[in-house]
Ligand binder design. Structure first.
Ligand SMILES: Nc1ncnc2c1ncn2[C@@H]1O[C@H](COP(=O)(O)OP(=O)(O)OP(=O)(O)O)[C@@H](O)[C@H]1O
Ligand SMILES: [Mg+2]
Length: 416
């Protein structure tokens, strides 16, 4: 009889057959400071140069990183911070993903206070917001262990959770305190601004002007359609540098594949694109094909890579031959769609997109609009954005109009 343990072992063996100790592809970047990011992060030299040039200034700067969904904003931000941590030990770097329902100043306050473990006032701020801190947790545990354990517990529950009334002022105070310890400055990186609706982000940014003019360095990330596009036009001057991340070119994507595979391969960790062993278990031609199909979008690349390796392991293959690759891509098509769990309207928009090759306000006819049940192109936009989010479409770079094209997953087209 096959036990669950056997199945686990089998699963591990199948992957080992491909020469890998794990599947290296991930949806989102692994933690800040981890070795993995250091191994797999590829390209973006120009963008890194622009950002690091800013860091040669004595004066603090405000930097906006923007780009489409899954293009690598978080990975880029984490990369910048990890380099700063190594090169600027006298600088404090903090990272936070923008929480729902919080203004930017309170968010920055939390990011900073979390890094100031031995500052009682900072810890107090966190504690009042109901955010457990290491120090407080330790004290709690000691209390619970003591005679007044039960009262301690009840006391904690009763404590009202309060946001700071003047977060910008509290933040300034915290910055003042931390600057004594970190004379090279404090960096506050706030990721995922665009995960909030554009209207809210606009208000948040508006309210944050005071904070942004304060004494910290800021790095923010967003999507061009969401908050960034808006800021770029109407609030020019708010940022010292705006860096747009675009799709990676083919040679860089190929190098990225090599880096990912080498970080998980048993045998060798070679990274020379001319050496075919560096893309094992892929063959150079199938490696090339994965890179083409993912069209330079890091998250799509990771999703497809993941799907291809899982399929290959299931097939107990030891190489990704063209046949194995096509099977993996066929798997990916429906999975990407499932993940999106498209509504009927989205399906209709997608099939029109596939039919026409691209959609913009110029290329769509009134008839086509009427057939989809829409009156104007702008009514379709949210659906196209949702397809983009699910890696089933991408927005083309055009100066004059918003235009979308389908993500080419040739083998999956049959079921579209
Ligand atoms: N330059 C790169 N080199 C290697 N891997 C990358 C690179 N850029 C992004 N990735 C990887 O691609 C995946 C998606 O990237 P990431 O999460 O950074 O995108 P994002 O733009 O922040 O997405 P979202 O819009 O959802 O926030 C992650 O697993 C990330 O580690
Ligand atoms: Mg991100």
């Amino acid at each position: 009889m096959t036990t669950a343990d056997d199945i686990f072992d089998q699963s591990f063996d199948n992957l080992s057959r491909l020469g890998l100790n794990e599947i290296p592809f991930t949806e989102s970047p692994v933690d800040l400071g981890s070795e993995t990011l250091r191994h797999v992060f590829t390209g973006r030299e120009n963008e890194l140069r622009q950002v690091f040039n800013q860091f040669q200034s004595r004066e603090r700067r405000r930097i906006l990183i923007y780009g489409r969904l899954g293009i690598g904003k978080s990975a880029f931000l984490l990369k910048v911070l990890s380099v700063l941590r190594r090169k600027r030990p006298q600088m404090l770097t903090t990272y936070i993903s923008l929480p729902e329902d919080l203004d930017l100043a309170t968010t920055a306050l939390i990011a900073l206070a979390r890094e100031m473990g031995d500052d009682p006032w900072a810890q107090r701020q966190l504690y009042q917001m109901g955010i457990p801190t290491e120090k407080v947790l330790k004290e709690r545990n000691a209390e619970v262990g003591g005679t007044f354990g039960i009262t301690g517990k009840i006391g904690e529950k009763d404590l009202p959770i309060t946001k700071p009334s003047f977060p910008t002022v509290s933040l300034e105070t915290l910055l003042e305190r931390s600057q004594k310890k970190y004379p090279q400055g404090i960096v506050i990186a706030i990721d995922d601004l665009d995960k909030q609706p554009p209207g809210i982000v606009r208000r948040l940014m508006h309210d944050a002007q005071g904070m942004l003019k304060g004494r910290a360095w800021f790095m923010l990330t967003g999507h061009p359609i969401g908050m960034a596009g808006d800021l770029l036009t109407t609030e020019r001057g708010l940022f010292d540098l705006q860096v747009q991340l675009k799709e990676l070119d083919l040679p860089t994507t190929y190098q990225m594949l090599i880096n990912y595979l080498s970080s998980a391969r048993f045998d060798n960790d070679c990274t020379d694109p001319k050496d075919p062993r560096c893309v094992l278990p892929f063959l150079p031609e199938t490696a090339q094909r994965l890179c083409e199909v993912s069209s330079g979008k890091p998250r799509l690349f990771n999703r497809l890579g993941n799907m291809i390796l899982s399929t290959a392991a299931d097939l107990q293959a030891d190489l990704i031959t063209p046949e194995v690759l096509e099977q993996g891509l066929r798997q990916a098509g429906p999975t990407l769609k499932q993940r999106a769990s498209l509504s009927i309207e989205e399906e209709r928009v997608r099939s029109l997109l596939l039919q026409k090759g691209s959609l913009s306000d110029e290329s769509i006819t009134l008839n086509e609009l009427a057939e989809l049940g829409f009156r104007s192109f702008s009514e379709i936009l949210p659906f196209l954005e949702r397809l983009e989010e699910a890696d089933l479409a991408f927005q083309q770079d055009r100066e004059d109009a918003i235009s979308f094209a389908p993500v080419p997953l040739p083998s999956a087209e049959g079921d579209a």
